[in-house]
Design a protein. Structure first.
Length: 361
C-alpha cells in the first residue's frame, strides 16, 4: 500500500478563505444569539441537545504495524475518555426532528506539543458524525448551505422542523430504493436509530503522524447484540436520551477505533470534505478499543459540566493529529468564538479536565 506522506503543502487555501470563515463566524454567532433569545440560554452552535454524557477509556492496541503506530497510537497506552452523544440541530428539539447524529470524544492526559490553534494542552478531541463524508466540500460551500438550513432553525416553530424532517426522510428513502442518496437529505432527515448503535466518522482528514487519515469508531458485535433492533420510536420526544440512559444503566459499550489512511490524493482529497474515500483502496484499520462501562449516562450536574464548561473542538489536537482541510480550518476558528459566546452568556468557566475523577456523576 502506497501511503501519502504528510506535508504542509497538502492543504490548498483559497485566497478568499479568510473572508469566508469570517462570514461563517458571524452567521454562527447570530444563530447562537437567536437560540439564546428563544430558549433563555446559549447552546452549542451545533449538536446542542446532549443525549448521552459518559466516561470511558481508550486502549491502544499492542504491536501495531509502523504505519498505524503514529502519534498518540505510537505505543500501547490507556487514555481516559469523555464521550458526548448528540443529534445535529443547534437547539434542543423533539427527537421527532431526526437528522444528523454525532459523537464527540475527548481524550485526557495526552502528552506532547499541541497545535498553535489549541487552547488546551493535555487533551485530544475527535468530533465525529454518522456519515463517512461531510455534506459540503469546503468552508465556502458549507456557508452557502448553512445559511439556508441550520442557521434558519430558530426562526421556525418546532412543528414545521419536524414536518420538514419527515419529508426529507421520505425523499431519501425513495432515492435509496433506486440506488441513490443525498447527503443533504440525510443531514436533515435521517431515520431515528439508537445512538449507541451507529458507527461515527471524522468525515474530514487529520494528520496521522507521518501520514494522513480519517478516524472512525465502530460498535462491537456484542454491543450491537445487546441493542438488538436499532430503530427507535420518536413518539417519545426524548427517546435518544432515554434509550442511551437505559442501555448504560446495565451495559458496557465497546467500539473499535480505526483509521483510513490516504493512499491517493486524486480519490482521497484533503480539501474536499464531501468525498467518501474508497474503502476498496484503503480500508479502515483497527487502532484501539473505546470502552464505556455501565453508568448513569445523563445527569444535570454532568450536563452542566459537559455543555457549559467543556468544549469539543477539532483544534484540541496534538501536532501529530492536526485537523486538515477547508472545513477543519473553518471549524477551528468558528468553534473558538461560539464557545466563548456560550460561556460568557451562561456565566460558565472553561474546564480542561486532567483526571476522569474531575467529571461529576
Amino acid at each position: 500500500m502506497n501511503l501519502v506522506p504528510y506535508s504542509v503543502d497538502l492543504e490548498i487555501t483559497p485566497e478568499d478563505e479568510e473572508e469566508t470563515i469570517a462570514e461563517l463566524r458571524q452567521v454562527m454567532l447570530e444563530l447562537s444569539a437567536m437560540v439564546r433569545q428563544k430558549h433563555g440560554m446559549a447552546m452549542k452552535g451545533t449538536h446542542a441537545k446532549a443525549v448521552g454524557l459518559v466516561k470511558g477509556c481508550l486502549i491502544v492496541d499492542d504491536d501495531l504495524p509502523s504505519e498505524l503506530a503514529q502519534g498518540l497510537f505510537a505505543k500501547p497506552a490507556t487514555y481516559d475518555a469523555l464521550v458526548r452523544y448528540a443529534p445535529g440541530p443547534p437547539e434542543k428539539l423533539s427527537d421527532k426532528a431526526s437528522g444528523q447524529r454525532g459523537m464527540s470524544i475527548k481524550l485526557l492526559g495526552v502528552a506532547g506539543p499541541h497545535i498553535p490553534e489549541s487552547d488546551e494542552t493535555t487533551t485530544q478531541d475527535f468530533v465525529l458524525a454518522v456519515d463517512p463524508a461531510f455534506n459540503a466540500s469546503t468552508a465556502k460551500s458549507f456557508l452557502a448551505l448553512f445559511r439556508k438550513t441550520g442557521a434558519q432553525t430558530p426562526r421556525f416553530p418546532e412543528g414545521a422542523i419536524i414536518a420538514a424532517s419527515r419529508i426529507a426522510r421520505g425523499a431519501e428513502a425513495v432515492l435509496e430504493a433506486v440506488g441513490l442518496e443525498s447527503a443533504n437529505l440525510k443531514f436533515l432527515g435521517r431515520p431515528p436509530r439508537h445512538p449507541v448503535s451507529d458507527p461515527y466518522y471524522s468525515q474530514t482528514p487529520i494528520r496521522f503522524g507521518k501520514y494522513v487519515g480519517k478516524i472512525a469508531v465502530f460498535p462491537s458485535e456484542d454491543t450491537l447484540k445487546i441493542i438488538g433492533a436499532p430503530e427507535v420510536d420518536t413518539g417519545d420526544d426524548d427517546v435518544f436520551r432515554h434509550v442511551t440512559q437505559q442501555y448504560f444503566l446495565r451495559n458496557e459499550a465497546r467500539y473499535e477505533v480505526r483509521v483510513q489512511l490516504c493512499t491517493d490524493l486524486r480519490t482521497m482529497p484533503i480539501d474536499d470534505a464531501s468525498v467518501v474515500w474508497p474503502e476498496a483502496d484503503s480500508p479502515y484499520r483497527r487502532l484501539a478499543t473505546l470502552i464505556i462501562p455501565p453508568q448513569q449516562a445523563y445527569s444535570e450536574a454532568r450536563r452542566e459540566y459537559f455543555d457549559d464548561g467543556l468544549a469539543f473542538n477539532p483544534a484540541h489536537a496534538t501536532i501529530d493529529h492536526r485537523p486538515l482541510g477547508s472545513i477543519n480550518r473553518a471549524r477551528m476558528e468558528v468553534y473558538k468564538h461560539t464557545t466563548s459566546y456560550r460561556r460568557r452568556s451562561n456565566g460558565a468557566a472553561a474546564v480542561e479536565p486532567k483526571f476522569i475523577a474531575d467529571v461529576p456523576d
